[in-house]
Design a protein around this ligand. Structure first.
Ligand SMILES: Cc1ncc(COP(=O)(O)O)c(C=O)c1O
Length: 393
């Protein structure tokens, strides 16, 4: 008779058979999987046979999310990672080597600049910033060493919209790979692979999760590119967590409904802020005044433009900080893409290391507020945000 501890460990590790498939994907909260032989384990570790060996390599809950994301982006394969940054890192380290160079948009998520300067540079991979709303500038910036063009469907935080189709054609003529961070659009508003991009990256932390309760990322594209990214993620431990993958799967179920409401609310808020006192300008791709409005309407689904706004207040940094102190419905927090409206001030947070000249070079104004419009009642948001922007009397 086995002892109590042995029996307790064995008895509590038996996974039940499930003859009726569960309606939701279970959270496979396990780091490792029992194998039948040394050969089977070796094959699993090489992905030479279907199945799972160790959750840094793969896990059924991750695999379910990968299948879903590949389906929704119209792709062959996907990889899910610990965060959007881990997805970006896996793509760049798998596609580039020492001596290569990548082009990044002038206005881009700050984490991309950090990755390019603090990690890639040390690996001998250079980068150049270019105004990706100007195709001639992109063409001129492609040099001998350029291997990769990085785009954002809708840029963080300025909401510039990339002409993915045109820039992909241009880049491919010069043998340059195109990767699109489509976090602001989500797979509901745009499918960059259909527009010619080679790979798509998402921070699933944002719209895909949608509830500010998970951190995750994804790489979506051809099996070849995704496999290369997977090898980097496995090696450096950039893998997703099963609970986070479950939450992202749950988020996907309501993504369409949420994006419709985010888009409708954001349009109402943007239209109200555009004519409100204390506001210098509002950048929202759904407004006719947006520089790429027409392109946005061609690129994004059914005239929707998502939930992200860049609002420039009169009065510079001080008015940005005052705005954050005044909001009552919106939440002052970093991140975006959630049910609650989130506001942040890049000049005092994500881009705090830059002076006014540095901000201008990145296409940002010191009084710019980023608003991630949530799913609250539009009238409450308009009242809150218009009130917070009103100049002091
Ligand atoms: C456009 C964009 N890409 C990538 C990331 C990085 O994602 P994560 O925070 O999940 O690493 C962010 C985060 O804010 C983002 O806004």
């Amino acid at each position: 008779m086995l002892g109590f501890s042995t029996r307790a460990i064995r008895a509590s590790s038996r996974a039940p058979e499930a003859p009726q498939p569960p309606v939701n994907v279970p959270i496979y909260q396990t780091s490792t999987f029992e194998v039948g032989s040394a050969t089977e384990l070796a094959d699993l570790l090489e992905f030479a046979t279907p199945g799972h060996s160790y959750s840094r390599y793969s896990n059924p809950t991750h695999a379910a999310l990968e299948d879903a994301l590949a389906d929704l982006e119209g792709a062959e394969a996907a990889l899910v990672t610990a965060s959007g940054m881990a997805a970006m890192h896996a793509v760049l380290l798998s596609a580039l080597r020492a001596g290569d160079e990548l082009l990044i948009p002038r206005a881009v998520y700050g984490g991309m600049v950090g990755l390019a300067t603090s990690v890639l540079e040390r690996s001998g991979i250079g980068h150049r910033s270019v105004d990706t709303t100007d195709a001639d500038a992109v063409e001129a910036a492609i040099g001998e060493r350029t291997r990769l063009l990085w785009l954002e469907t809708i840029s963080n935080p300025t909401t510039a919209v990339a002409d993915i189709r045109h820039l992909s054609e241009l880049a491919h003529r010069r043998d340059v790979m195109v990767v699109v961070d489509s976090t602001f659009a989500s797979p509901f508003l745009a499918n960059p692979l259909n527009l010619g991009a080679d790979l798509v990256v998402h921070s699933t932390t944002k719209y895909i999760g949608g509830h500010s309760d998970l951190t995750g990322g994804a790489v979506v594209g051809s099996a070849e590119h995704v496999t290369a990214a997977r090898h980097v993620a496995i090696t450096v431990g950039g893998n997703a967590a099963p609970l986070e993958a479950f939450l992202a799967l749950r988020g996907l179920k309501t993504l369409a409904l949420r994006m419709e409401r985010h888009s409708a609310n954001a349009l109402a808020v943007a239209a109200a802020l555009e004519v409100a006192p204390g506001i210098a300008s509002v950048r929202y791709p759904g407004l006719a005044s947006h520089p790429q409005h027409e392109l946005a309407m061609r690129t994004l689904r059914d005239g929707m433009a998502g939930g992200m706004l860049a609002v420039e207040l009169d009065g510079g940094r001080a008015s940005g900080e005052r705005f954050l102190d005044r909001v009552r419905v919106a939440v002052h927090a970093t991140s975006l893409g959630s049910v609650e409206t989130l506001v942040s001030h890049p000049a005092s947070s994500s881009h705090r290391q830059l002076d006014d000249a540095g901000l201008a070079a990145a296409g940002l104004a010191p009084g710019m507020i980023r608003v991630s419009v949530g799913l609250e009642d539009a009238a409450d948001l308009v009242e809150d945000l218009v009130g917070a922007a009103r100049p002091p009397t």
